[in-house]
Write a protein that binds this ligand. Sequence first.
Ligand code: CTP
Length: 361
Amino acid sequence: MNLINLKDENLFYIGGVVRDIILGNKSFDIDITYVGNAIEFAKTIPNAEIIKINEPFGTVKILIDNKEIDLASTRNEVYPKVGHLPQVTEIGCSLKKDVLRRDFTINTLAKSLKTGEIVDYLGGIEDIKNKIIRIIHDNSFIDDPTRIIRGLKFSVRFGFKLDEHTKDLQNEYLNNINYDMSYKRVKKELIETFNLNSQEAFERFFSENIYKLLTEKETIAPKYNIQNLVDKYPVKDIWLVYLGWMNLEKLPLTKRESKIISDYNYLKSQKLDDDYSIYSEFRNCEKESLLLYAINIDDKKVSKYFEELSKIKLNLTGKDLQEMGIKPSKEYSKCFEYILREKIKSPNINEKELAKKFFKL
Ligand code: CTP
């Protein structure tokens, strides 16, 4: 199967895409590598328009037959500062050197665009067959601890197991974490892992102590089926529903993500002992914060809000008030809030009567 119409003996699909072809899964992205300098090669392709070049990484984006394709040069890398971005040491190295810098054997396969042949230097096909996740060298997690989270992600996504030695090295690293790492990369992997909405990933994140990458403090996870909750109430930032209750101060967060966490912490400090207070506090919060509240504090209040309280709407409109002879003013919204409060207490109230009472008519 060729995914694009570009043939050259030096071009290979590489990494996750080949793994996914073998597994019969759809790939999230298609990586193609050129054995040699991809930028120079791209300039020679007829009908290809070069859109973007990243010289230090030897990558190039081209447009061909109306399709955008990312081409990477084979490259070798070192980690001058472990836990951070690697540095490119050689562009245009051999295919073997290129795959040796990667994370797991299942991600080291290359498939020729010209012949369809699969190049497997490290036993990746066998590991896919046996459903094994195996690192390539013993320093892998030290170089890049985000690979521990990636291992969990692939394991859960494909139903694969970590090979014993890989597991031992993971434990060794987690017992001796170097916290000087790129938390931007950690965050990216956490998002991809937890957005799978998998209870298994959540439980293993804690039982295997992977959470220790985020905090030095002993942390006990809530016993709650978050997967079911998210299935019932879908949200954008699933990962924060799983992790927003714990210490995430090492992660770079967006405004919305910080709001989700601060809304949750605020809700935690509120009494919320009647329906109106639940309604009036919950309505200003992100949905993710409410799910965090459900998991950690009280899920009955949250389901009551979603199923009942949030659906309560007033029938009375501003037009009705005008027709009752009340001049539009700021008092309108106070009146609506007053009626809403009463309606939450007793759904069958007469809204017009209450408006009259409010305006003392
Ligand atoms: N890679 C790595 N170490 C990392 C991240 C990536 O060695 N910390 C390598 C892997 O070989 C991987 C490739 O870079 O296959 C591309 O990375 P990415 O797109 O994140 O992985 P995919 O395997 O394509 O995963 P996905 O299917 O989730 O896109």
